[in-house]
Design a protein around this ligand. Structure first.
Ligand SMILES: *[C@@H]1O[C@H](CO)[C@@H](O)[C@H](O)[C@H]1NC(C)=O
Ligand SMILES: *[C@@H]1O[C@H](CO)[C@@H](O)[C@H](O)[C@H]1NC(C)=O
Ligand SMILES: *[C@@H]1O[C@H](CO)[C@@H](O)[C@H](O)[C@H]1NC(C)=O
Ligand SMILES: *[C@@H]1O[C@H](CO)[C@@H](O)[C@H](O)[C@H]1NC(C)=O
Ligand SMILES: *[C@@H]1O[C@H](CO)[C@@H](O)[C@H](O)[C@H]1NC(C)=O
Ligand SMILES: *[C@@H]1O[C@H](CO)[C@@H](O)[C@H](O)[C@H]1NC(C)=O
Ligand SMILES: *[C@@H]1O[C@H](CO)[C@@H](O)[C@H](O)[C@H]1NC(C)=O
Ligand SMILES: *[C@@H]1O[C@H](CO)[C@@H](O)[C@H](O)[C@H]1NC(C)=O
Ligand SMILES: *[C@@H]1O[C@H](CO)[C@@H](O)[C@H](O)[C@H]1NC(C)=O
Length: 891
C-alpha cells in the first residue's frame, strides 16, 4: 500500500514543483493570440476544466489561470494539468510557437495514447516538462533530448498493473545531452532495448551526474544497481519499484547522504541489507517490500534513521527478532513488517511508545505478539488507525477499551475466543477482519458504524441468531459470516444496507427463506451450505447487478426465477443440491461462465434458441432428469472452451491484470463489485458434467473442438454411437468418464495421445476391439474398461489374438445376469463418488471466494497467492485422485 500512496504523493510533489513567479506585466498581443488559438485547438471538457475555460479574450492574458509571463510579456509557464484535455496535440500546434516557454505541464489529461508531439523541440528554453499520466503513448520522441536546458522531466505513465503503453527505444541517446537534469521520472516507460535494460544504471550515472530525483518504476529494467551508481551523490529520491534488479544490493549507501525516499518495491532483490544503510540518516521513506531479502535486522542500526516516517519491509524473508532499534524512531508513522519470518515474542506495548504511529502491520510472521500489558495510560496518546496482527498467535484482543478510533483492524488467523469487544466498532472503522479465530459472540451493545465497509467474520464459532442493526447511510459493502454456526433466518435488516455488494453466509445453520429485498442491490450472494428453504424469490430488479449467486446445498424448491433474466452480468450460478424442479434455464445471462444445476429435479432437453454462452467454462448439470439428444446441443457456441490462453485476455467486464513480469501465469482476475472480493477461474479451464441424466443419441463431434476442456463426464446416460475420433484434440483433458452408456465400436486410437489424462472410465458400454496402445492408456487399470464385453488388450489382461469376436466376457462379468447388475451397481457408486468429489474440488479450487485478501493490498500479493494456490490445487488434485476409490456417495 505504501508505494501506491507514494505515487500519489510524488505526483503531487511534482505538480507543486511547477509553481512560478508571476510578473505584473501586460501580455504581448501575439502571445495572447497564440494562447487563444491553443485554447481553440485543444479539445477539453469545459464543464470540468478550471483554467482553459476561463481564458477570456477581454482579460489580461498573463493573469489567466495557468499562464505566467516574464517581464517582457512573453509566456514562460503553462500549467494545463488536470484540464480534461483529450485527443492529441498536433506538431503544428500554436503551443510550439510559444517559444519562450520554460515550464510546461500537461500532466493528468487524456491524450488517448497519441505520441508526444515532436513539435516540442521548438521549445528550446524549457527547463521543466511534465507530461506525466497524460495518456501519451507510442515512442518517446528523440526531439525531447534536444531540450538541453531541461532540469526536470516527468513522462511517467504508470498505473498499477497496467501494461506499458509508452516506449523508450534508446535510453542512452535520450539522456546523452540532458546532462543538466536534476529530476527524471520515467515510471512505466518501457525501456525496450534489452541491452539498455541491463546497463541502465551505468547509463544514468554516466550522463546525469546531478540527479536529485530518479524514478524508473516499472521500466522493465533487468540489470543490477552498479557501483558506478554511487557517483550520484545528490540523490534525494530514488524509486525503482517493479523492475528486476535480481541480485544483492551493493554497499553504496554511504554515497547518498541526501537520500530521503528510497523505494525498491518488488525488485527481485536478495541477500541482506548492506551495513551502510545506517548512513542514510535523512531517510524519510523506505520501501523494500516484496523482495527476497534475508537475514536478521537485529544488528541494523535503525537509531540513526531518526527521520524515518514510512518503513515497509513486508513480504521478504527477514528473520530473527524484531529489532528494538525500531522503537527508537519517534517519527515513525507507518511500519509494515508483515509476511517475513520474524520470530520470538513481542510485547505490543513496546510499539505504543511510538506516539505518532498510525499503521502497524506485523501479520504473517512467526511471532507471538503479547497484547497482555496494555492499560489505558500506555496507549493514551496513540494515533493508531490501522492495526494488522494476523497470524500473530493472539489469544485475546488488545484491551483498547476507549480512545482509539481505528479505521482498519485485522486480527485474523489467531486463537482469539469469546466475544468481539465493543470498542472495536469505532466511529471511523471501515475494515474489520477477525476471520479464522474462535469467536463465539458479539459483546453487547455493539454499534456498526456507518463508515464500515468490509466485515470479515468467517470461520469462527459465532452461534445463535444474528441481530444486525444497519445504521442509516451505511457504507457496508462486504459482509462475510461464512463457516460459523449462525442460525435463525437471514436478517432482513441487511436490506437497508443499500451499498451491500457481497454477502457470504455460506456454511451456517440458517433456515427460513431468502428475503426478497435482499436481491435488490446485491452483486455477490453466497448462501450455500445452509438449510434455506422456499423458492428463490422472483424479484430481481430491472437494473440487476447480480454477478455471483451460490445457493448450493440448501432445500430450495420451485423454479429458477424468470426475473433472473434481468441479471445481465451474472457470471456464476450454483443451485446444485437443492430440490428445484424446472426446465433448463436458457434465459440466463450471456456472460455466464459457471452454471451448476447438479442434483436437482431439472428435466427436459438442454436446448435453447439463441443461447450463446461464449464465456462458459464450467457446466455441471449432473444428477437431474434431463433428456434428449446430445446432438441437439449447440456446443459450438461455447467459445471460451475453444480458445487459447492469450485470446482469453479480452473479457470486457473483468479486470484483467496482465504484466510482463507474470506473463507466464496469464491470470484473469474477475474483480467483483468494489473489488473487495474476487473469484478466480483459471482462464484455461473447462468442465462439462452431464452425468446421471437420461441423455441419448450420439456424442457430437463438436465436443472435440472444446480444446480447453479439462474434465468431461457423460457417464450414466443412454448415449449410443461411437466415441468420436475428435476427442483426440482434447489435449488438456485430465478426466474423461463415459461409463455406463451404450457406446459401441472401438476405442479411438487418438485417445492414446491425451497425455494429461489421469482419469479414464469407459466401463460398462458396448465397446469392442483392442484397447489402443499408447503410453497413457497403458497406465489405466482394468476398472477403466470393464463391463465391455468386446474389449481386449493389455489392461484387461485379455490377449486380442485369442478373441477377435465380441462374445468375450470381461473377467468381472458373470454369465449370471443378476450378479452382473449387482457388480455394476457397486461400480456405479464408486464412480459417482469420484464425480461428486471432483465437483467439490472444482468449487473449492476454482470459484470459491476463498482468499480473504483485501483489494487494497498490492496486486502482486494476489497474483502471488494465486500462483501458490495453483500449485496447491495440483497437489490437492493428485491427493484426491489417489483416494477416490474409497468414496462411495450415490447418483
Ligand atoms: C464533461 O464532464 C461532465 C461532468 O463530469 C460529463 O457529464 C460530460 O459527459 C463530459 N463531457 C464530455 C464530452 O466528456
Ligand atoms: C470575460 O471576462 C469579463 C470580465 O471579467 C466578463 O464580463 C465576460 O463575461 C467574460 N466573457 C466570457 C465569454 O466569459
Ligand atoms: C516492452 O517492450 C517490449 C518490446 O517492444 C515488449 O515485448 C514488452 O511486452 C513491453 N513491456 C511492457 C510491460 O509493455
Ligand atoms: C548531443 O549533442 C551532440 C553535440 O551537440 C550532437 O552531436 C548529438 O547529435 C546530440 N545527441 C542527441 C541524441 O541529440
Ligand atoms: C552539476 O552541478 C554542478 C554544481 O552545481 C555544476 O558545476 C555542474 O556543471 C553540473 N553538471 C552538469 C553536467 O550540469
Ligand atoms: C557511515 O556510517 C559509519 C558508521 O556509522 C560511519 O563510520 C561512516 O563515517 C559513515 N560514512 C559516511 C560517508 O557518512
Ligand atoms: C508527531 O506528529 C506531530 C504532528 O504531525 C509532529 O508535530 C511531531 O513532530 C511528530 N513527532 C515526532 C516525534 O516526529
Ligand atoms: C528465531 O529464528 C532464528 C533463526 O532465524 C533461530 O536461530 C532462533 O532460534 C529462532 N528463535 C525462536 C524463539 O524461535
Ligand atoms: C450439505 O451441507 C451439509 C451440512 O449443511 C453437509 O453435511 C453436507 O456434506 C453438504 N453436502 C454437500 C454435497 O456439499
Amino acid at each position: 500500500m505504501l508505494p501506491k500512496l507514494f505515487f500519489v504523493i510524488s505526483t503531487l510533489i511534482s505538480s507543486f514543483i511547477f509553481t512560478t513567479h508571476s510578473y505584473n506585466t501586460q501580455c504581448l498581443h501575439h502571445q495572447k493570440i497564440l494562447l487563444l488559438q491553443l485554447k481553440d485547438e485543444l479539445s477539453f471538457n469545459s464543464s470540468r476544466s478550471t483554467k482553459l475555460v476561463r481564458w477570456n479574450q477581454s482579460d489580461e492574458c498573463c493573469k489567466w489561470p495557468g499562464v505566467d509571463c516574464d517581464a517582457a510579456g512573453y509566456v514562460v509557464s503553462l500549467q494545463l494539468d488536470r484540464e480534461f484535455i483529450s485527443g492529441g496535440i498536433a506538431d503544428s500546434s500554436s503551443l510550439f510557437r510559444l517559444v519562450h516557454l520554460q515550464k510546461l505541464n500537461l500532466a493528468h489529461n487524456y491524450f488517448n495514447y497519441t505520441p508526444i508531439p515532436k513539435g516540442i523541440h521548438n521549445l528550446t528554453y524549457l527547463t521543466h516538462l511534465n507530461l506525466s499520466h497524460a495518456g501519451f503513448g507510442g515512442q518517446v520522441p528523440a526531439e525531447i533530448s534536444s531540450l538541453r536546458r531541461l532540469v526536470s522531466l516527468d513522462i511517467s505513465n504508470w498505473y498499477w498493473g497496467s501494461v506499458s503503453l509508452i516506449e523508450l527505444p534508446n535510453l542512452e541517446l535520450f539522456v546523452q545531452n540532458l546532462t543538466g537534469l536534476r529530476e527524471l521520472y520515467l515510471d512505466g516507460v518501457n525501456v525496450t532495448s534489452s541491452h539498455e535494460r541491463r546497463k541502465w544504471s551505468h547509463i544514468i550515472s554516466s550522463y546525469l551526474p546531478n540527479l536529485t530525483a530518479l524514478s524508473l518504476s516499472g521500466c522493465g529494467l533487468s540489470g543490477p544497481l552498479t557501483k558506478s551508481f554511487g557517483q550520484l551523490h545528490s540523490l534525494s529520491i530514488l524509486q525503482l519499484d517493479f523492475n528486476d534488479l535480481g541480485t544483492e544490493l551493493p554497499d553504496l549507501f554511504a554515497n547518498f547522504p541526501s537520500l530521503t525516499t528510497f523505494s525498491l518495491f518488488n525488485c527481485g532483490l536478495k541477500g541482506s541489507i548492506p551495513p551502510t544503510f545506517a548512513n542514510l540518516t535523512k531517510l524519510i521513506r523506505l520501501d523494500l517490500s516484496f523482495n527476497f531479502f534475508t537475514g536478521s535486522l537485529s544488528s541494523m542500526l535503525f537509531e540513526g534513521l531518526s527521520n524515518l516516517v514510512y518503513l515497509d519491509l513486508g513480504r521478504n524473508s527477514f528473520s530473527g527478532n524484531i529489532p528494538h532499534s525500531l522503537l527508537a524512531l519517534p517519527s515513525l508513522l507507518e511500519l509494515d513488517l508483515s509476511s517475513n519470518q520474524f520470530n520470538g515474542t513481542f510485547q505490543l506495548d513496546k510499539f505504543l511508545s511510538l506516539a505518532n504511529l498510525t499503521l502497524l502491520d506485523l501479520s504473517d510472521n512467526r511471532l507471538s505478539v503479547d497484547v497482555g500489558n496494555l492499560n489505558s495510560t500506555s496507549y493514551g496518546s496513540l494515533q493508531l488507525k490501522e492495526l494488522r496482527l494476523a497470524s500473530c498467535n493472539l489469544s485475546h484482543f488488545p484491551n483498547f477499551t476507549n480512545n482509539l478510533d481505528m479505521e482498519i483492524v485485522d486480527l485474523s488467523n489467531n486463537r482469539i475466543g469469546g466475544e468481539i469487544p465493543s470498542w472495536i466498532w469505532g466511529t471511523q472503522l471501515w475494515y474489520l477482519d477477525l476471520s479464522y479465530n474462535l469467536l463465539t459472540d458479539l459483546q453487547k451493545p455493539y454499534h456498526i458504524p456507518a463508515s464500515l465497509r468490509y466485515i470479515y467474520l468467517h470461520s469462527n464459532q459465532l452461534k445463535g441468531e444474528l441481530h444486525l442493526t444497519i445504521p442509516p447511510a451505511s457504507q457496508l459493502s462486504y459482509l462475510s459470516l461464512a463457516n460459523n454456526s449462525v442460525s435463525g433466518s437471514i436478517p432482513t435488516s441487511l436490506c437497508s444496507a443499500t451499498s451491500l455488494n457481497s454477502l457470504d453466509f455460506s456454511g451456517n445453520r440458517l433456515s427460513g427463506s431468502i428475503p426478497p429485498c435482499l436481491l435488490e442491490n446485491i452483486s455477490d450472494l453466497d448462501l450455500s451450505q445452509n438449510n434455506i428453504s422456499g423458492s428463490i424469490p422472483d424479484n430481481f430488479p430491472m437494473l440487476c447487478r447480480l454477478q455471483y449467486l451460490d445457493l448450493n446445498n440448501n432445500t430450495l424448491e420451485g423454479k429458477i426465477p424468470k426475473s433472473l433474466e434481468r441479471c445481465e452480468r451474472l457470471q456464476f450460478i450454483n443451485v446444485g443440491n437443492n430440490n428445484i424442479t424446472d426446465s433448463f434455464p436458457c434465459m440466463l445471462s450471456s456472460m455466464l461462465r459457471v452454471l451448476v444445476l447438479h442434483s436437482n429435479r431439472f428435466y427436459g432437453e438442454v436446448r435453447c434458441h439463441n443461447m450463446s454462452w461464449e464465456d462458459l467454462q464450467i457446466l455441471d448439470i449432473s444428477s437431474n432428469q434431463f433428456s434428449g439428444n446430445l446432438e441437439s446441443i449447440n456446443f459450438y457456441s461455447w467459445k471460451t472452451m475453444m480458445l487459447q490462453i492469450d485470446e482469453q485476455l479480452r473479457y470486457a467486464n473483468s479486470v484483467v491484470y496482465y504484466s510482463e513480469l507474470w506473463s507466464s501465469l496469464s491470470i484473469t482476475l474477475i474483480m467483483k463489485g468494489t473489488n473487495s472480493e474476487y473469484h478466480t477461474i483459471w482462464p484455461e479451464f473447462g468442465i462439462i458434467d452431464f452425468s446421471c441424466n437420461n441423455f441419448g443419441g450420439e456424442i457430437p463431434n463438436a465436443i472435440g473442438d472444446l480444446t480447453l476442456l479439462h474434465q468431461l463426464n457423460f457417464s450414466h446416460n443412454a448415449l449410443n454411437g461411437s466415441i468420436p475420433n475428435s476427442f483426440g484434440q482434447l489435449r488438456n483433458l485430465e478426466s474423461l468418464d463415459l461409463s455406463v452408456n451404450r457406446l459401441i465400436g472401438p476405442i479411438p486410437v487418438e485417445l492414446a495421445g491425451l497425455t494429461f489424462l489421469q482419469v479414464l472410465n469407459l466401463s460398462y458400454n458396448k465397446l469392442v476391439g483392442e484397447i489402443p496402445n499408447g503410453r497413457q492408456l497403458q497406465t489405466f487399470s482394468a476398472d477403466s474398461f470393464k463391463g465391455n464385453a468386446g474389449l481386449c488388450g493389455f489392461n484387461l489382461n485379455i490377449s486380442c489374438s485369442d478373441s477377435d469376436d465380441s462374445d468375450h466376457l470381461s473377467p468381472e462379468e458373470d454369465e449370471n445376469g443378476e450378479e452382473k447388475s449387482e457388480i455394476e451397481w457397486e461400480y456405479v457408486s464408486s464412480a459417482l463418488g469420484y464425480v461428486v468429489g471432483l465437483g467439490s474440488i472444482a468449487w473449492t479450487l476454482l470459484c470459491r471466494r476463498s482468499f480473504r485478501e483485501r483489494y487494497f493490498e498490492k496486486i502482486e500479493e494476489i497474483v502471488d497467492k494465486i500462483f501458490y494456490k495453483r500449485a496447491r490445487r495440483r497437489r490437492h488434485e493428485r491427493r484426491r485422485r489417489q483416494d477416490f476409490h474409497s468414496q462411495l456417495p450415490t447418483c
